[in-house]
Design a protein around this ligand. Sequence first.
Ligand SMILES: C[S@@+](CC[C@H](N)C(=O)[O-])C[C@H]1O[C@@H](n2cnc3c(N)ncnc32)[C@H](O)[C@@H]1O
Length: 211
Amino acid sequence: MTFWHQRWDDNQTGWHRDVVNDLLIKHWPSLNLEQGINVLVPLCGKSVDMHWLVQQGHSVTGIELVETAVEAFFSEAKKTPTVESLGEIKQYKEGKTTLLQGDVMAVRPTMVSSGAWYDRAALIALPSTMRPAYVKQIRALCQPGSTGLMITFSYPQNEMQGPPFSLPDEEVLRLFEPEFEVELLERIALEDEKQRGLTSVHSAVYKLTRT
Ligand SMILES: C[S@@+](CC[C@H](N)C(=O)[O-])C[C@H]1O[C@@H](n2cnc3c(N)ncnc32)[C@H](O)[C@@H]1O
């Protein structure tokens, strides 16, 4: 059993929010997307942000490793998806929402080709060693010209064991440039998060454009 399966089994999902992320609502319009564009939501958990994206006129493709999370997403929304096996990946589909259950690295570009993506608590859930492959995978699953909104979390890594793993601004640039244009939209000091015993915590919101 993986760390993530254990977390879902034990109901230790402290990252989950029952309300739509306010930074998504605030910054999504700056991506200037046409309605109808498919939005990729990697490492989606059971995020209600996906319902909000559908309400904006998008179709959504989430990718989530743990079946419990995928089933909770649909049952909490009182939706019954159709389920199809695509080899290593299990596809759940209802209306404009598709969830691909399996390892994000096992998803093939034939299964999804998105025009945008949304990353909240996805890249920060992965340790630095796994991040270059994840970024390459996002590139493979999104069309040229796609834009993404990414919310980061950073703190002195030696003060806490992840996840969430710290994602400082320098690492964002190192990971995404030059294959993506990187634009910092907002940077916020998170005073409340210091109660974890951290001396400094920040969140940053990035607009990323795949060149
Ligand atoms: C920190 S949670 C964030 C969930 C969601 N983005 C949110 O904002 O609520 C990270 C999620 O990624 C999933 N995950 C971890 N590794 C994964 C992988 N290799 N492929 C797909 N999903 C994965 C976990 O099961 C977990 O639900």
